[in-house]
Design a protein around this ligand. Structure first.
Ligand SMILES: [Zn+2]
Length: 318
């Protein structure tokens, strides 16, 4: 990689180094549903709990170690209904061994308070988007106070935050967050570069290299390219030592003029690329160790790495 000038922020204290196998194995995240596509447009989209669990099981069998979840209501529209989220976490925990990550992004219209309450469903992990981004014709709002509030709640509850980065400015915000508020629950910093969103950073190899060079020391990262940037981003990510996120949330076309069959097809392709790169998919146990999660759920440190209060020491507002 070419030399790049140092990031403008010093490394945050108390961030744990990734385990050795992070270099020789690939974490495959599947994002099966998202909040953007409709069932009418994409019949393969899992929108019921049964469809989601079936998709998750097939993706686990194909090599996925983490599932990034958005849910839908009885009309297949995006929802952050807490009862449904809890049911979803319970069903996925019972029927798969994947790391369960809930999106706190919801749909672009969801209010902050409802997005914060997602944590009450007690997933292993949640997404935490580090800034605002134009999202097609919409705006995906993430104000600094909201980012900080969400981050502090994850630390208090022992939920591993995955930092979603749509732009280079979001990478700078991640440094600011770690410097101001310490390491995440579990002590490891794992980010996800979401590339190729109309309004965010483009899904190109050059952009990926620039974003990765700016990440905090010790950080691990996945990358996903939206739509046509899927393959360029996946190949660049593997070449640069990163991990992969795939799924119908990000891509509905497998090849020109050919819709994706189902989420497992995308995981199978990602796993094949990872094997070619001689970094085969992580097992779900390795995915847990990678993020420093306990086998039964929760983090191994529950925030103690940073000196932040643990799960039981600080009440979280309902
Ligand atoms: Zn998402």
């Amino acid at each position: 990689m070419p030399p790049v000038s140092a990031p403008p922020f010093p490394p945050a204290a108390a961030v744990l180094a990734p385990p050795g196998f992070a270099r020789t194995r690939t974490l495959i995240t599947v994002a099966p549903t998202g909040a953007e596509s409709t069932k009418a447009d994409v019949p393969a989209l899992p929108v019921t709990l049964e469809e989601l669990v079936a998709a998750a099981k097939a993706c686990e069998a194909a090599g996925a170690g983490l599932v990034h979840v958005h849910i839908r209501d009885e009309h297949a529209l995006p929802t952050l209904d807490l009862g449904r989220l809890r049911e979803t976490v319970a069903a996925l925990r019972e029927q798969t061994s994947m790391v369960i990550q809930l999106s706190t992004g919801g749909a672009v219209t969801d209010p902050y308070e409802q997005r914060l309450r997602v944590l009450e469903a007690q997933p292993d992990s949640c997404s935490l988007t580090c800034g605002t981004v134009n999202f097609g014709e919409d705006v995906f709002l993430n104000s600094w106070p909201f980012i900080v509030e969400l981050y502090q709640r994850t630390q208090a509850m022992g939920i591993v935050a995955e930092f979603e980065l749509f732009d280079l400015g979001h990478v700078a915000a991640l440094h600011r967050l770690l410097d101001g508020y310490g390491a995440p629950a579990g002590g490891r910093v794992h980010a996800d570069l979401v590339m190729g969103v109309p309004g965010g950073m483009p899904g190109t190899a050059a952009t990926l290299v620039a974003a990765v060079a700016a990440l905090p020391e010790q950080a691990t990262w996945s990358a996903t390219g939206i739509g046509r940037s899927t393959l360029p981003v996946a190949l660049s990510a593997l070449a640069a030592g990163g991990h992969l996120r795939v799924g119908l949330e990000d891509t509905v076309t497998f090849a020109r003029g050919r819709p994706v069959r189902d989420n497992a097809e995308l995981v199978e392709r990602a796993a094949a690329l990872a094997v070619l790169a001689q970094r085969p998919p992580m097992s779900t146990e390795q995915a847990r160790e990678f993020l420093n999660l306990n086998p039964g759920g929760g983090t191994s440190t529950s925030g103690s790495v940073t000196g932040a209060p643990g799960r039981d020491e600080r009440a979280v507002e309902a």
